[in-house]
Structure formats: structure tokens, C-alpha cells
Design a protein around this ligand. Structure first.
Ligand SMILES: [Zn+2]
Length: 236
């Protein structure tokens, strides 16, 4: 628990279902610690704009409307993690998405210090309710949340009409959560027995989630040689 331990790189993976707010937390965490936030979307956009062979392969796939497969995705992430700005660590958001990607990430981590994983957990019903309350201004794009039973339908900023986004309807949200559960929930199983895994309650306020996320990371980084301390698996 010396300060030496906490000065190593922070290699953080943030897991959580769509709508759990993990993107916002990841951005803030990266900014606070001066490390890059690396999301799959950003990586692919970056790669597609670059002249590299990997980038061009990704671009061809995406332009054809296809999904970039695990192998190419892993190669792109590997390249991204070796850039200078990731020397002090990184926050990964949206990667890994599958167990195969997680195994590949572990293989990349051998020289970079331990991986810490935080799952922002929110039950499906709570997510459906949260997203059903979300409204977007049709005029200026301002996003807001209406309380249960509230009939407000005008934007506070410009007076435009507030609308429910078509992908926030219950059936669409349930479908997104089903896809997430199928591909990504096994990841929680893959990581959960490690001393460098924590789940935080995503049903709290964003400020409380932020505090829990930081506590979890501090705790994990204070665990000496986390990888081989099998007796301390008291993760709740
Ligand atoms: Zn507006």
C-alpha cells in the first residue's frame, strides 16, 4: 500500500450495460488521471482515418456495413495501446466486448501492469425506466429526463418540443439489453473472481457512482501483486 504501488499505470476497463452512464464516468476518469479514454467507436473512427493497413481494413468493413471482427479489433487495440499517451495507462470503454477479446487483452497486458476492471451494474428494469424518461429536444438536441407522471414537453433552453428517441422505446431498449447480455455479460463471469475486479452500484447518483468507481480503483491498485493473491477473493 505504499505510494510506489499507486504510481504505476492505471489500466482500467469499465464494463456496464447501455444506459448505465459508463461513457461519462470513463471520460471523467481519464481526464482526472491524464490518461486516454479509449472507446471502440473512437478507435474505429481514428483507424479509418489513418493511413495504416489495419485502419484501412476496418474502414472497408465498416463502409460495407459489416462488423469489425475480434481479430481485427484486437489488432487495432494492440496498436492503440502502444502509443505514447497510453504509457501511464488508459480507460477502455466498450472493449473488450467478448470473452475472446478479453483473453487477447490479457495477453497484451503482460508488460503493462495489471488490468483493473470495474462493472457499473444496473438491473434491466431500472435501465428501461431510466431510458423511458429520457427526452431529447427536437430543435436543439438538448437531453433531459422527465419524472414519472410529469407532463413537461418543452425544452428549457429553446422551447422546442421534447421527444422520446426512437431507440429509447421499451422494446428497443430491451433488445439492446438482450444483445448486451448475450455478448458481454459472460465478461463479468470471466473477470469476477479476480482480486482486480469490482462491481459498483450504478443505481446511485452519478456523483456517488463516481466516488465508488474511484474507491474501487484505489483499492485494487493497493492490492500488492494482485495477480497471485488468491486468498483475498472477498469481492462482493
Ligand atoms: Zn431545445
Amino acid at each position: 500500500m505504499t505510494s510506489e504501488v499507486t504510481r504505476g499505470p492505471i489500466n482500467l476497463v469499465v464494463l456496464g450495460p447501455p444506459g448505465a452512464g459508463k461513457g461519462t464516468q470513463a471520460v471523467e476518469f481519464a481526464r482526472r488521471h491524464g490518461i486516454p479514454k479509449i472507446s471502440t467507436g473512437d478507435i474505429l473512427r481514428d483507424a479509418a482515418q489513418s493511413e495504416t493497413d489495419l485502419g484501412q481494413r476496418a474502414k472497408v468493413t465498416m463502409d460495407a456495413g459489416g462488423l469489425v471482427d475480434d481479430k481485427l479489433m484486437i489488432a487495432i487495440v494492440r496498436e492503440r495501446l502502444t502509443r505514447r499517451d497510453a504509457e501511464r495507462g488508459f480507460v477502455l470503454d466498450g472493449f473488450p466486448r467478448t470473452v475472446a477479446q478479453a483473453i487477447a487483452l490479457d495477453e497484451l497486458m503482460t508488460d503493462q501492469g495489471p488490468l483493473t476492471v470495474v462493472d457499473i451494474a444496473v438491473p434491466d428494469d431500472a435501465l428501461v425506466e431510466r431510458l423511458a424518461r429520457r427526452r431529447v429536444c427536437g430543435q436543439c438536441g438538448n437531453a433531459t429526463s422527465v419524472a414519472a407522471g410529469e407532463s413537461r414537453n418543452r425544452c428549457e433552453k429553446c422551447g422546442g418540443e421534447l421527444v422520446l428517441r426512437s431507440d429509447d422505446t421499451e422494446s428497443t431498449v430491451r433488445e439492446r439489453l438482450r444483445v448486451y447480455a448475450e455478448a458481454t455479460k459472460p465478461l463479468v463471469g470471466y473477470y469476477s473472481s479476480r482480486p482486480t475486479f469490482r462491481a459498483v452500484d450504478g443505481q446511485q447518483s452519478p456523483a456517488a457512482v463516481w466516488a465508488a468507481l474511484n474507491n474501487a480503483v484505489d483499492e485494487m491498485r493497493a492490492t500488492p501483486s494482485a495477480a497471485d493473491c488468491g486468498s483475498e477473493r472477498t469481492v462482493g
